[in-house]
Design a binder for this molecule. Structure first.
Ligand code: SIN
Ligand code: NI
Length: 255
C-alpha cells in the first residue's frame, strides 16, 4: 500500500491524496498550518481548555466541544481556509461544520483512545461523506497519542456505537477488522490527518511528559438531517427529526 502522506501543505491537495483518502478512508498531510500557527493555536487551546467546561471522557482525554463559537482565535483555526478547502476537495461534496473539539491527553494519562468509528455517535441521516481533520498542535509521536487507522473499512455503515474505553468493542462487532493492516501516522506540530467518519481509528495513551494537544474539526454533508437521537450538540436545540441543520450553527464551508 502506498504511503498515505502528502508533504508540503494544504494549498494543493493532490489527486493522489484525494484518491488515497477515498480508497483508505484517511490521509496525512504535513504542514497544513505553519509551526508558528500551530504554537499560537496550542497556546490558545490550552487557555480555552482551562477557561471552559470540559467533557472528561474517563482518563482518555478532555474534550472541549464547539470552542469555535466562543473563542475567536480557535474559530480562525476551525474555519481556516486551508482546512475548509482541503475537506471540500477530499469529500467531493458540499459540506457543513458539525462541531469542533480540542482534544487533550494529559501527560502519562495511561489510557488509549480505543478503536472506534465516529459516525455511529452522531444523530444524523443523509450524511455519507463525513470527514474529520485532526490537527497536531504539538509534535505527536505514537507514544504521545497520534492516530492509527484501519484502511478500507469506511464503508461499514451498519455498526452500533462503540465504547472508546473498551479495546474489544469494535472488534467484537466486526472481527475481521482486528486482523486487517493498521497504519500509525506520527505528526509534527502543524501536520494533520483526515479521516472519514466511519474509518476505524485509535490513539495510544500519552506516555510522555508533555500534554498531547490536538484540534479536531468535523464536517458533514451539507444535506445532512437530524435523526432525532440524543447528542450533546443537538440536545439544546429542540430540533425535530428530519430537520436540516441550520446554517448559523452549522455553517456551510469551502464553497
Ligand atoms: C484522540 O484524539 O485521542 C481520538 C480522536 C478521535 O477519536 O477522533
Ligand atoms: Ni474518533
Amino acid at each position: 500500500m502506498a504511503a498515505q502522506t502528502q508533504s508540503g501543505g494544504a494549498n494543493n491537495i493532490s489527486q493522489q491524496t484525494i484518491d488515497a483518502y477515498r480508497r483508505d478512508g484517511f490521509v496525512r498531510v504535513s504542514g497544513m498550518i505553519s509551526k508558528e500557527e500551530a504554537e499560537k493555536y496550542r497556546q490558545a487551546a490550552v487557555a480555552a481548555a482551562a477557561a471552559n467546561k470540559s467533557l472528561t471522557v474517563g482518563d482518555i482525554f478532555t474534550q472541549h466541544v464547539n470552542i469555535w463559537r466562543s473563542d475567536p482565535v480557535m474559530r480562525s483555526l476551525t474555519l481556516h481556509p486551508n482546512v475548509t478547502a482541503a475537506v471540500r476537495k477530499l469529500a467531493g461534496v458540499p459540506l457543513r461544520l458539525w462541531h469542533d473539539q480540542i482534544l487533550i491527553k494529559k501527560p502519562h494519562n495511561n489510557t488509549p483512545t480505543e478503536f472506534h468509528q465516529d459516525q455511529p455517535y452522531w444523530p444524523h441521516a443523509n450524511s455519507t461523506h463525513p470527514i474529520s481533520i485532526w490537527i497536531a498542535l504539538c509534535d505527536v509521536p505514537p507514544e504521545r497519542g497520534c492516530m492509527t487507522f484501519i484502511p478500507g473499512f469506511q464503508h461499514r455503515d451498519d455498526l452500533a456505537p462503540q465504547n472508546l474505553g473498551d479495546a474489544n468493542s469494535l472488534f467484537d462487532m466486526c472481527p475481521e477488522m482486528q486482523w486487517a493492516p493498521r497504519v500509525t501516522l506520527p505528526v509534527r506540530a502543524g501536520d494533520c490527518t483526515f479521516h472519514h467518519g466511519r474509518c476505524p481509528h485509535q490513539a495510544n495513551a500519552n506516555s510522555t511528559d508533555q500534554a498531547r494537544v490536538a484540534h479536531a474539526v468535523i464536517f458533514i454533508d451539507a444535506c445532512t438531517t437530524y435523526n432525532g437521537a440524543k447528542h450533546v450538540v443537538t440536545d439544546p436545540l429542540g430540533l425535530k427529526a428530519g430537520a436540516v441543520l441550520e446554517d448559523e450553527l452549522f455553517p456551510v464551508v469551502g464553497e
